[in-house]
Design a protein around this ligand. Structure first.
Ligand SMILES: Nc1ncnc2c1ncn2[C@@H]1O[C@H](COP(=O)(O)OP(=O)(O)OP(=O)(O)O)[C@@H](O)[C@H]1O
Ligand SMILES: [Mg+2]
Length: 329
């Protein structure tokens, strides 16, 4: 007898190559992962990392060049599974996709009708979704007349009208103001309480950190690491980070100060030093007790420290640690 899988999605050695010859792009280069039912799983990576391509292959919107996907226990390549899967997954695309000549509620009714949802259930769901996303005042407004952030919020709930058990959200919050972003975050965080599994992509480290039970950091088509945000942050070392903003931001100067810092105190109390865009970042266990000596040491090497900040590790630091690059570049 088949036991029900504990995984919402299982992906094995997924690959996608676009184009040929000089135009060849290896967008996804062997991604393997398992997403547990009821978890929020985040894909974090910079532009072009292969997040959308991976997501599209996972849900059967794009044929993989190689690899296997099992979604809710079924193979999406098999025709007889396609309706089963379609009814149970909600896809929220990165590019806002709305019927611009329809109103907010007509857009949602369009989906409800396409899925043949009974009228009463649909009405209840639609009212709740509109309320949850703060779109009541715009209920009767044409989608084309919504602001960018409102379009984004409507786009999000379009994927939820049919009450899917697995939600795939490709970049939930670009273009949202900070307040709307928090509304969306809280909304997504609540989805597992309704028994849903969520897979999301993002290039905001804060979003991945805050929402995800586990994060896969993806770069150039490959998953570099995968774990809980807490474990990922811990993996690069203990201690706090200190950012030094120097008067002279020339890269050569910053590198010179960074290498001087590495030699501070024989290198024992400083775990890591690197240059990130316009500043020098240092990881150290006992920052406070060493700080004045560290500053003197920097001054001796010609640094004029204009400002500094002590902060906790972020997933961006993890990304930099792994790739030597910032997420944004
Ligand atoms: N249909 C396509 N044809 C050719 N190349 C493509 C196609 N779709 C994606 N690519 C390329 O594959 C790579 C990965 O793109 P993808 O959209 O998956 O990245 P992403 O991680 O979602 O980035 P973003 O954060 O910008 O959304 C990029 O180099 C992109 O140009
Ligand atoms: Mg994308």
């Amino acid at each position: 007898m088949a036991t029900e899988s504990q995984f919402a999605i299982e992906v094995k050695d997924l690959r996608k190559t676009f184009g040929k010859g000089d135009n060849k792009v290896e967008a996804v280069r062997g991604v393997s992962l398992q997403v547990r039912k009821g978890e929020i799983f985040g894909f974090l990576g910079p532009n072009g990392a292969g997040k959308t391509t991976s997501l599209r292959m996972m849900v059967g919107l794009l044929n993989p060049s190689a690899g296997d996907v099992i979604i809710l226990g079924k193979d999406p390549k098999e025709r007889q599974n396609q309706n089963f899967i379609k009814e149970r997954i909600g896809i929220i695309p990165q590019e806002v996709s709305l019927y611009l000549e329809l109103t907010v509620e007509e857009n949602l009714w369009f989906i409800a009708n396409a899925y043949r949802i009974p009228r009463d259930t649909a009405k209840e769901t639609i009212d709740k979704l509109i309320r949850d996303m703060g779109l009541e005042e715009k209920r009767k407004a044409l989608a084309k007349n919504l602001s960018g952030g409102m379009k984004r919020r409507l786009n999000l709930i379009m994927g939820l009208v049919h009450n899917p058990e697995l939600v795939l959200c490709d970049e939930p919050t670009p273009g949202l103001d900070p307040q709307s972003r928090v509304v969306v975050w809280e909304y997504i965080q609540d989805l597992p309480k309704q028994g849903k599994t969520v897979i999301l992509t993002t290039h905001f480290m804060e979003e991945a950190d805050r929402l995800s039970d586990r994060v896969a950091i993806i770069d150039r088509g490959e998953v570099l690491v995968m774990d809980s945000p807490k474990a990922l942050k811990k993996s690069i070392g203990e201690g706090d980070l200190v950012e030094f903003m120097l008067a002279d931001t020339a890269e050569e100067h910053l590198e010179q100060i960074a290498s001087a810092l590495k030699k501070f105190n024989g290198g024992s109390s400083i775990q890591d030093v690197y240059v990130s865009s316009d500043r020098v970042i240092m990881r150290s266990k006992d920052v406070i007790s060493n700080l004045s000596r560290i500053l003197n040491h920097m001054e001796d090497h010609g640094a004029e420290v204009e400002n500094m900040a002590i902060r906790n590790t972020t997933l961006e630091d993890v990304f930099i640690h792994l790739t030597g690059r910032a997420l944004r570049n």
